[in-house]
Design a binder for this molecule. Sequence first.
Ligand code: ATP
Length: 400
Amino acid sequence: MSDPLTAAAPTASSSEPHARRARTPAPQSGFAPWKDPAKAPIVRFENVVKRFGDFVAVKDCTLDIYEREFFALLGPSGCGKTTLLRMLAGFEKPTSGRILVAGEDITNLQPYDRPVNMMFQSYALFPHMTVEQNIGFGLKQEGMPKDQIAVRVEEAMTMLELNRFGKRKPHQLSGGQQQRVALARAIAKKPRIVLLDEPLGALDKRLRQQAQFELMYIQETTGTTFIIVTHDQEEAMTVSSRIAVMDHGEFVQVATPGDIYEAPNSRYVANFIGDVNLFEGKILSQAGGFVEIEWGGGRARFKAVAPAGVSPGQLVWLSLRPEKIRITLDQPADGNNAVEGKVVDIGYLGSISQYHVELSNGEMVKALRANSASTVERPISWEDRVWLEWPADAGVVLTR
Ligand code: ATP
């Protein structure tokens, strides 16, 4: 499994004729305007509802997005991500609620009067125009003088390393190059907010990873606010400052990638982001900031950090990431937070292996183990009886 938090910086793709540098943006350390009560959001969705006939695509959504954020709307197909983006762009009107940009109500403004620019999944490039003409199109529509358009187009092409392709038509470009033209067109107008609807959907995995870093570089360099719609959790984890995880037209959790991964607020989010094991159990007791959970109808007891507002007898789920579980052949001396099982599958992932372990009640648990040559234990193999153990603070107790 590739850990979305530690995804390696991609190398330049060999499918590009002149391999370009993969540019890694400098991290915006300490950037967290959402924690600063003095900061006003650049975008505010205020109780926004969108109905299509009887169907409610977006249900009473309220959300603040801050300047210079790279904000991701993440969720499965049909959860309302694109509808939210289209309402911000002005292509759809909310059924009720308001959308504000920099404090101004833009709900009734035409798309071209909004300080936003959208890059579509299909790129929507004009096939009969050259790269230069495509990039300059919006500026020409605005009536910008020719010489100024030329400067802006040149700037955007330089930033996206497209200078060599200025005179080509879209069909003479690779998918990755077309994607960069679409992005260059979106930023050429220097909008305050760039909206990206599945911008990398048409690229293969390798090019997609490179393009993610490019997006981050452009976002940081231009200081623009980017809002991206994606159903790819790794992509959202890689590029964004914060993520809104959506389900059926609602926000389930809005948080940083780290918090979404380490502290999911529900089984839905835990399952949606990365690999997770969920142990269903009942709260037995609570003391000293910890709870004791009875799992598997009394098969084992687990100690975990107590979440807010739980009480004895309550049904909960202990959410444990596979990398937080230690897998061993010997029974741990401390019997707390340990279960026994049988290895039924092993996935070799290079420096680590993923073990699928079947517990006595038939539940399957995934655990990761480093493939270190210096390990003193013999390798763990298929059919081995193993122990899985974890510290009390390794998991998150979920109540929904
Ligand atoms: P995807 O990742 O597949 O693009 P999404 O999360 O972006 O999905 P939306 O495009 O926002 O989803 O659609 C949300 C829901 O609203 C879907 O069930 C969709 O069928 C419905 N919907 C969207 N546009 C319309 C429309 N113009 N008329 C009727 N229903 C619509």
